[in-house]
Design a protein around this ligand. Sequence first.
Ligand code: GTP
Ligand code: MG
Length: 214
Amino acid sequence: MSLITVERKILEKNDEIANINREKFRFNGMFTMNLVSSPGSGKTSLIEQTINVLKHKMKIAVIEGDVQTNLDAQRIDALGVPVVQIVTNGSCHLDAMLVRDAYQKLVNIDINLLFIENVGNLVCPAAYDLGEDMKVVIISTTEGDDKPLKYPAIFHNSRVLLINKIDLLPYLKCNIDTIINNAHSINPSLKIFEVSCSTREGIDEWCNYLLSRF
Ligand SMILES: Nc1nc2c(ncn2[C@@H]2O[C@H](COP(=O)(O)OP(=O)(O)OP(=O)(O)O)[C@@H](O)[C@H]2O)c(=O)[nH]1
Ligand SMILES: [Mg+2]
């Protein structure tokens, strides 16, 4: 019983700070996305591909979240884009306080589009508002078409689903229509893109969708 109370208090405090983050991000003219997926589904690859297409059209910045290392931040830095790495030291998700503190390092930079790459995990990030305008969930074809049914919260709470690694479909027992039907059974308004960060298939459609948000 007391555990439930503690958890509720943590989430209430998180939501309070998330709302302050969101006001600050919007006041500063930013559109903010919280990218969530299992480890290795292609969050950083998607950010890299998006930067390659959009970097001359808008000012992009990235907050990276990982349990350990700044490897993902190094990949973004190599593209000349401002990036801050959060190392959670074991925690399986980002929270609004961590994002608030990370954003302090970007506050003097002109940004239109802020990506927040969450820690690789389909469960815990679903419960934590970071102050984003939308959550984007990624699954890759190697994970199996049942994942929306097994991890419904993040599919319910996201506005967009990217199905990544479609280049691997010929080698897998994965049915894209099943992923889409399962995802829409959880969240009928989920906008879905099929992409490959390796071949770039579908990346322009995704980037055009992002451009249409401005
Ligand atoms: N075949 C194929 N491989 C991909 C694709 N996208 C990403 N990868 C590979 O998948 C691996 C993981 O990609 P990342 O972008 O690092 O994934 P991530 O979700 O950021 O991983 P974490 O941050 O560790 O959770 C890398 O070896 C990528 O090259 C794709 O569309 N097709
Ligand atoms: Mg990554």
